[in-house]
Design a protein around this ligand. Sequence first.
Ligand SMILES: Cc1cc2nc3c(=O)[nH]c(=O)nc-3n(C[C@H](O)[C@H](O)[C@H](O)COP(=O)(O)OP(=O)(O)OC[C@H]3O[C@@H](n4cnc5c(N)ncnc54)[C@H](O)[C@@H]3O)c2cc1C
Length: 494
Amino acid sequence: MEVIWFKRDLRVEDNAALATAGAGAVPLYIIEPEYWRLPDTSARQYAFLAEALNGLRDDLGQLGAPLIVRVGDAVDVLDALHATHGLTRLISHEETGNRWTFARDRAVAAWAKGKGIQWLELPNSGVVRRLDNRDGWARHRDAVMRQPQIAPPNLRPHDLDLGGVPMLRDLGLTDDCAHRQRGGRAEALSLLGGFLTERGHSYRSAMSSPLAGEWACSRLSPHFAFGTLSIREAVQAGQARAAEVKGTRSSWIGSLRSFQSRLAWRDHFIQKLEDEPRIETRALHTAYENLRPKMPDADRLHAWENGETGLPFVDACMRFLHATGWLNFRMRSMVMAVASYHLWLDWRHTGPHLARMFTDYEPGIHWSQVQMQSGTTGMNTIRIYNPVKQGQDQDPDGIFTRRWCPELADVPDRFLQEPWAWEGAARLRYPAPIVDVKAAAKAAREAVWAVRRGDAFWNEAQQVVKKHASRKKDRGFQRDPIKKPAAEQLKFDL
Ligand SMILES: Cc1cc2nc3c(=O)[nH]c(=O)nc-3n(C[C@H](O)[C@H](O)[C@H](O)COP(=O)(O)OP(=O)(O)OC[C@H]3O[C@@H](n4cnc5c(N)ncnc54)[C@H](O)[C@@H]3O)c2cc1C
């Protein structure tokens, strides 16, 4: 019996693994309870997954063979199926997941080899397994995106017990995300359609605003993470829309271009984790490995996680994230940077919290971005966002901040992002700021800079850039003179 093992590709359209399998193949999804107990996974992600699986079961049923669901360790599940039905071939997409799924895949590969079963793994995007270097990578990715979408095949009915999709409580999980995005293919298509015909109009100008961005961004990220939509489908739909608006003076043109670059960034960042799985746990540049205390300040960590830092815009973003499972890119960067610089917390303690909060947790993007916003890559511009200024710029009328921090309802606009400076501050039932924003940023900047002095740092930085820069012309650079802040910007567009 041939098995199609669905992983982060929960769709029948444009699914190479499904199309490659024979008509008699049995579609399988394995729910692994151990995965759902990891510190970077959460109930909100499981709830989204469960919705997607129910939709996938129906779609596969339409093709002839509904999805079977099994619960347990992947090797045990496959071994049991082999014992009863004799597996001949296992087909799936390549998965660039966290280190737990990486270890699980190794165990499955060893098991399959031991049993003489072929495991065929196919690419799921522009990400390339066992890539030697980045030369020609962007061209390869573009070529993959140009290929025609793969039509779903017909399947032969099977007589296996379908198995149920466990409820959250069966796995000991509780979803506390009141406004979580819904999973499933129909939802993905609605978002894509709505974005390309209406919401995306102001994408480029509105994407960084906490209010407008919620509407103007595509909101497709959890669907890409679970594969209810393929990247190629989104790329090609965006290109088709761009052809329609070509020649007009509409803001669609810039917005659609920005959308395409972000879709490309997605593959670019996932490729980083594929090439170097250690970035989930080790600083990309080893000089930053021990930059921050290994044991975090528990009070600061707790305040940051719960939106109680006394920095209104940070707290509003963290509370919004808790309630919705989503933040736009700018807000994600800011809350991460504040945790890493102002609160001086090690990214290995804060990164898992954000991963759990994001319904769209995608390890390749997440850990690369977490390190970038914490200044531990050795090759990106160090950006210490000022949360007071971000609040004033991105939420000038204070609507977002007051909505999520109602304790600040009476604070005048002028003081909203720094209520401690307001004469009525003592009356507020809102925490005093956990750090002095300017002093904390200065101390962080100096500590990061201290690491940058010395040849060893620059020699390694050069190696990092050589390996990770996506464009050839960015791969050689001279050592910066490190005289003043502007000089530290290694102008790489990564
Ligand atoms: C600290 C931090 C952690 C992040 N963790 C994740 C994560 O776990 N999962 C995740 O999908 N994104 C992550 N991002 C990237 C980005 O913030 C989200 O992809 C985006 O906000 C999702 O919303 P959207 O689908 O509306 O995006 P849109 O702006 O509509 O973009 C469309 C798609 O492009 C991709 N994309 C957008 N921005 C980026 C980016 N900067 N890098 C790579 N791909 C991008 C995503 O797949 C996204 O769905 C992280 C960013 C930061 C700063």
